[in-house]
Structures are given as structure tokens and as C-alpha cells.
Design a protein around this ligand. Structure first.
Ligand code: B12
Length: 483
């Protein structure tokens, strides 16, 4: 006889009970969406809650778990949400200690044993790609079989924590069902400011899509490749387009947000996807490195509806780009921006980092600001580089004695005081520099006036007003003492 088991999947917010600032993004949790689809395909009953879009109290949560009656709860935890994960797990165990709490995501992938030792209410950590491992775990738990030998997990035994070898990666990503988007009402994401900067949810109904998994680069601060390694696996254009068509039909989306580290790595695939986007008349945006784009490529993208690109520039100092193994040149950065402007890409968003190398000096930060002003991106995010577990930066700061307490909730890119320092900057300096660079970039007539002139609708006015207010609250007023 088939025993039905219920699986509950939970996405966590960065701060309990607090609203996000308007300049951070929230997206449908595709990671859990993928796991949900895979489980449903194998006949499990799945429920999914995203606490980024729902307000709740601890009592509400306990009540909800009581009435949902899951057998297994899977929680996605990043480093700064791991403490909230433990809080949730504790409540779950208080409701019913027999519910298995399984966590996944980049934090426990980097530190499986330590996570289980630090947080007593997690039963099992899943490392890396989760679909197959989680299904195998559910099957074993359902059949009351031992979980020993399950690849890609870490778990407690009487003899201590055991970590099994990592599971080989899924060879053909097209075999995975599309992430489930029915378990949470997609409309609920409309309450949030934007999909990404410049794409207000009041104007755009978006779906996030992943075309590939993995990144061949090894920037010292990035935790991205812990999951999928350095080999990039791509889906076929057909699979991607079928998913987009499904999103248009079912959710009436008019924007696709491609979340890959660098979709521009594979030109043929990109062009095939571009052609289909054009036929579907869908607008879209993506991330890219500066060294892989050509003018012809950007032109093609714009012709096929691309209205936003996010370049990870990181620094205006070649010395720092080299030290952090970014493998880009300042000249390539300038060229990519020149091309993007020539082809009239509507939104050029850009990431810049502070404290990305222990050796960064004030001169390097000034070079970053100088480059920002020269490139004039539509938006510039300036974040404090977080030494996430498993990254080379984490190792370097630790070895050099610059990493203080590891209070994980403070491992965020903005809004908290870092628990680390670099050779030349204290943690307070890092925050001051971040805000200084942001103010110097945004609070200029030459930035503000053209931006105001671009606004075309009431919804856009509302959006930019909210973003502006948040900027003033967080960057201008709270100059030196972050929340
Ligand atoms: C898209 C993205 C976002 C989106 C959406 C994130 C989301 N829905 O979770 C947005 C913009 C909202 C976002 C926000 C943040 N992000 Co982000 N994000 C990414 C990005 C670019 C891709 C992630 C993705 O969608 N991958 C595709 C899915 C399919 O893969 P996946 O997430 O890895 O999930 C698989 C496995 O990890 C595993 N798995 C994951 N969860 C679970 C849970 C269970 C139970 C199981 C069994 C398995 C499992 O199975 C999944 C399927 O195989 C990555 C970079 C990267 N290359 O990974 C950074 C990344 C994940 N983000 C990062 C960070 C730090 C953040 C923020 C904390 C930033 C901040 N504000 O300070 C916030 C946190 C928001 C939150 N509440 O969690 C870090 C995480 C590092 C770390 N150790 O924590 C990364 C790695 C980038 C980096 N800096 O190195 N992010």
C-alpha cells in the first residue's frame, strides 16, 4: 500500500517581522520550486511557504505547522538566514518532534558538519544540487529505510555527524520538470517593489528563469560555484522557451528575469532564445560578465526585447580585479558599457563591491567611484563583500585574523555592521565607505535630473519615490550607524 507523505518547503526572510528595503529584490524561490516539481512528479504532496512575502508571528507559524501536518520540512537557508532557519526548526520540533527537518542551500553546502553541530533542530543537511538527493531521502524516510549512504547529505548518528560524498550533478537539465509556480500565488509577489532595480512589479509581471547551472570563474568572494562547481550545464533553448510559454499562458507574464551567472557565455543558445523571445514579444533582462559581450551580441539582445543587463563590475582598480581573480580588464568594462549604450540598452545595472580583497585601499575605492561616474550605469549597487563560508575570501580573512565573530545573521551585503575587517578598513570604515560611494554616485544633479525625465507613468513615479525614500532613510540619514 502506498503511504502518502506530505512535504513542506519553506523560504526564509532576511529579517523576521521587518519589511525589506525598496532597493533589495525578492523573487519567487525557484530553488524550492524545482524541488517541489521533482517531488510532485514522484507523487508526493507538497506545500510551499515563502516568508519573504508573508508577515507572521512565531505563534502563527506553529499553528500553521500544526494544521498542515507535514512529515518532512525542507528549508532553504543562505548564510544570513540560517539562524532564522534554526528558529523555525525549533518551532517545528515543538509542534511535533517526529517531523524531519532537512535543510539545503549554500550555507550548509559549505559547512555541513558545523551546521548540524551548531543547530540542534536540523536533522539533515543536503549539499549542492537538491532534487535527486531530497527525493531519495523522502523515499527512504517514507519506507523507514536507513539514510546511510545517501549521496550529498550530512546527518547525525550516535557516533557523531557523518557527511557522505557529494552526489554527481544531473547530466541533462532538460530532464528536470520546470519549477513549480502554483504552490504560492504568484500575484503575492506584486506587493514587493521590484523584480530587479528598474523593473517595478506594478508595471511588470515577471518569471525568473535559469538557463544553466554552474560558473567557470573563481572570483574569491563568490559562493555561487559551491553548489554546481566550475562546469556549466546548459538547458536546451526548447526547454527554456517551453517554460517561458507556460509562464505566459498560466501567469500572464510580460517579463523574464534570467538569473544565470552568465547566460552570455554560450552565444548560439543565447541567440536561439533571443529569437524566440522576439516572437513571443516578451521583455527580459539578465546578468553578464563584461568580457564576454560584443556589440553585435548586445544589439541582438536589445532587438529581441532585452531591456536590462546587470554587469558585475566589482572594482575600478585593476590591481583589485587581479587580486580577486575576476579575470576582467578595466578596458573590457569600459568597452562593454560603451556598446550597451550604443545599442540603447534601457537599464544598465551594475554591481560594485567594497572590501572584496583584504588588500583594498582607499585609493582602490576611489578608483571604483571614479569608474562608476565614468560608466554612468542606470543603477549601481555598492555592497560590502561578505566572506561567505567556502569562499577563498573567507579563508584569507580568517588566516589573516580579520574575521571576528561568526554571527551569521550579520553576513549580509547591506544594512548590518560586518563582523570582519580588512587590512586597511575597520568594519565601521566598510559601512562608511559603502554609503559614501553610494551618496557620491546618486546624489548628483547629473544623475537625478535625467532619471526624473525618463519617468513615463504614475506607477513609475510611485516606484522611484519609494526607492528614493528608502535611499534617504538608509544611506543619507543613517550615515554611519547601520541598523
Ligand atoms: C537568484 C539569486 C537571488 C534571488 C532569489 C534567491 C532565492 N529565491 O533564493 C534574490 C535576488 C532574491 C537573492 C537574494 C539574496 N541572495 Co542571492 N543569489 C541568487 C543567485 C544569483 C542564483 C540562485 C538561484 O536561483 N539558483 C538556481 C537554483 C535552482 O539553485 P539553488 O538556489 O542553488 O538551489 C539548489 C540547491 O542549492 C539546493 N537547495 C537549495 N535550497 C534547498 C532546500 C532544501 C530543503 C534542499 C533539499 C535543497 C536545496 O537544491 C536546489 C535545486 O538543485 C545566487 C548565485 C548562484 N550562482 O548561486 C545568489 C546567492 C545564492 N545569493 C546570495 C545571497 C547572499 C543573497 C542575499 C542574502 C543577499 C543580501 N541581501 O545580502 C539575499 C537573501 C534573500 C533571502 N531571503 O534568502 C549568495 C548566498 C551565499 C551564502 N552562503 O549565503 C549567492 C550564492 C551569491 C553570492 N554572493 O555568492 N538572490
Amino acid at each position: 500500500m502506498m503511504i502518502n507523505m506530505k512535504i513542506l518547503l519553506i523560504a526564509l526572510p532576511l529579517t523576521l517581522g521587518k519589511r525589506y528595503t525598496e532597493f533589495g529584490g525578492i523573487q519567487y524561490p525557484n530553488n524550492l520550486g524545482y524541488i517541489a516539481s521533482y517531488l510532485i512528479k514522484h507523487n508526493y504532496e507538497v506545500e510551499m511557504w515563502d516568508y519573504n512575502i508573508e508577515h507572521f508571528t512565531e505563534e502563527d507559524f506553529a499553528e500553521r505547522v500544526k494544521s498542515s501536518k507535514p512529515d518532512i520540512v525542507g528549508i532553504h537557508c543562505k548564510t544570513p538566514t540560517i539562524l532564522i532557519g534554526e528558529k523555525f526548526a525549533k518551532i517545528i520540533k515543538e509542534v511535533n518532534p517526529n517531523i524531519k527537518v532537512i535543510i539545503g542551500g549554500p550555507h550548509c553546502t559549505a559547512l555541513p558538519e558545523r551546521t548540524l553541530k551548531e543547530f540542534p533542530d536540523f536533522d539533515i543537511c543536503v549539499m549542492g544540487e537538491g532534487e535527486v538527493t531530497f527525493l531519495e531521502l523522502c523515499n527512504k524516510i517514507k519506507n523507514k529505510e536507513p539514510i546511510e549512504g545517501t549521496l550529498g547529505i550530512s546527518y547525525r548518528t550516535e557516533k557523531g555527524v557523518i557527511t557522505e560524498p557529494r552526489r554527481p550533478l544531473i547530466k541533462n537539465l532538460d530532464e528536470l520538470p520546470f519549477p513549480n509556480r502554483d504552490l504560492i500565488d504568484m500575484k503575492k509577489y506584486k506587493v514587493l517593489a521590484h523584480v530587479e532595480r528598474g523593473i517595478p512589479r506594478s508595471v511588470w509581471t515577471a518569471a525568473e528563469i535559469m538557463v544553466s547551472r554552474g560558473c567557470p570563474y573563481q572570483c574569491i568572494y563568490c559562493a555561487g560555484n559551491l553548489n554546481y562547481g566550475l562546469t556549466v550545464r546548459f538547458r536546451s533553448a526548447k526547454s527554456v522557451i517551453d517554460e517561458v510559454k507556460e509562464c505566459i499562458e498560466k501567469y500572464n507574464i510580460n517579463y523574464v528575469n534570467i538569473n544565470d551567472d552568465t547566460i552570455t557565455l554560450k552565444k548560439d543558445l543565447l541567440y536561439e532564445i533571443c529569437d524566440s523571445f522576439k516572437k513571443l514579444k516578451i521583455k527580459w533582462g539578465c546578468l553578464s560578465r563584461v568580457d564576454v559581450v560584443t556589440k553585435e551580441m548586445l544589439q541582438k539582445m536589445v532587438d529581441c526585447g532585452c531591456m536590462r543587463i546587470n554587469f558585475g563590475v566589482e572594482s575600478g582598480s585593476q590591481r583589485i580585479l587581479d587580486l580577486t581573480k575576476k579575470r576582467t580588464k578595466i578596458e573590457q568594462i569600459k568597452r562593454a558599457y560603451q556598446y550597451a549604450k550604443e545599442v540603447k540598452l534601457k537599464i544598465i545595472d551594475s554591481g560594485f563591491l567594497i572590501g572584496q580583497s583584504p588588500d583594498e585601499t582607499l585609493e582602490d575605492v576611489k578608483a571604483t567611484l571614479k569608474l562608476m561616474k565614468e560608466l554612468k550605469p542606470t543603477f549601481a549597487s555598492v555592497t560590502i563583500t561578505v566572506p561567505f563560508p567556502g569562499t577563498e575570501l573567507n579563508k584569507m580573512l580568517k588566516e589573516q585574523g580579520y574575521l571576528g565573530k561568526e554571527n551569521w545573521e550579520n553576513f549580509v551585503m547591506f544594512g548590518k555592521k560586518p563582523e570582519w575587517r580588512t587590512k586597511y578598513f575597520s568594519s565601521t570604515d566598510l559601512v562608511k565607505l559603502q554609503k559614501w560611494v553610494l551618496r557620491k554616485y546618486y546624489l548628483r544633479v547629473s544623475y537625478i535630473i535625467p532619471k526624473l525625465l525618463e519617468i513615463r507613468s504614475l506607477n513609475e513615479i510611485k516606484y522611484y519615490l519609494n526607492v528614493g525614500i528608502d535611499f534617504i532613510k538608509n544611506v543619507v540619514i543613517k550615515r554611519t550607524s547601520p541598523a
